[in-house]
Design a protein around this ligand. Structure first.
Ligand code: IPE
Ligand code: IPE
Ligand code: MG
Length: 222
């Protein structure tokens, strides 16, 4: 398994730079998701989790929130055939009870249609709050690390955040315990296959230790 998670940031800035409304940046951002998803298998990615809408994003102006929901529904409806063709399983992580009915319908349709596919698992974090999900896991009876991990997402190997920000914004707090972080100035709507390749190549050069010593470490005799 190679789990890459992406905090897709900078849509608004991309639009502002072009004197366009913020929604134009979100629209272009959806294109980037499509590109990255297409490039994922060649990078050995088996699990791709994208942060599309945080629980804190409800605090944005109502017009932006509803534009995001509309875009999301279009994305799900338009990508369903593509995902089936390419063996991509799609599912969502986060709360479902506050999503508009039409988004939920599209989501459930794509989840059902792609449930048996195994090439790449695309998880869309929607109305997502890592703190809330951890609390819920505990409330549902998780008591050990293994039980927590079973109720949450798989451990993240590589976490990418675009647009120069260097924070987690309540994303995958448990799952990123030993993730490698890659921050780039690139705004999400400009992010493409070459950026993904360079993030993965950066990751491949890292030495992961998980608290131990580097692999093959040999003590120099005193
Ligand atoms: C990321 O882009 C997309 C969402 C959070 C939905 P932003 O909308 O946060 O873009 P900036 O950070 O304002 O540039
Ligand atoms: C995090 O981005 C949420 C998503 C990418 C969906 P934000 O732009 O909302 O995060 P902050 O407010 O800059 O931390
Ligand atoms: Mg942002």
């Amino acid at each position: 398994m190679f789990h890459v998670a992406i905090i897709m940031d900078g849509n608004g800035r991309w639009a502002s730079e072009r004197r366009l409304p913020r929604v134009a940046g979100h629209r272009q951002g959806a294109e980037s998701v499509r590109r990255v998803l297409e490039a994922a298998p060649a990078e050995g990615i088996t699990d791709l989790t994208v942060y599309a809408f945080s629980s804190d994003n409800w605090s944005r102006p109502a017009a932006e929130v509803s534009a995001l929901m509309r875009l999301l529904r279009h994305f799900l409806d338009n990508q369903i055939d593509n995902c089936i063709r390419n063996g991509v399983r799609v599912s969502a992580a986060g709360r479902r009870d506050r999503l508009p009915r039409i988004v939920l319908d599209s989501l459930e349709r794509v989840e059902r249609a792609t449930a048996g596919l195994t090439r790449v698992h695309l998880r869309i974090a929607l109305d997502y709050s890592s703190r809330d999900l951890m609390l819920e896991a505990v409330r549902c009876g998780a008591r050990t690390r293994e039980e927590m991990s079973r109720r949450l997402l798989p451990d993240v190997d590589l976490l990418i955040r675009t647009a120069g920000e260097q924070r987690l914004s309540d994303f995958l707090l448990w799952e990123c315990a030993y993730a490698e972080f890659h921050f780039t100035q690139r705004l999400w709507p400009d992010f493409g296959a070459a950026d993904l390749a360079s993030a993965v190549s950066d990751f491949r050069g890292r030495q992961r230790r998980f608290g131990g010593l580097p692999q093959g470490y040999c003590e120099i005799p005193a």
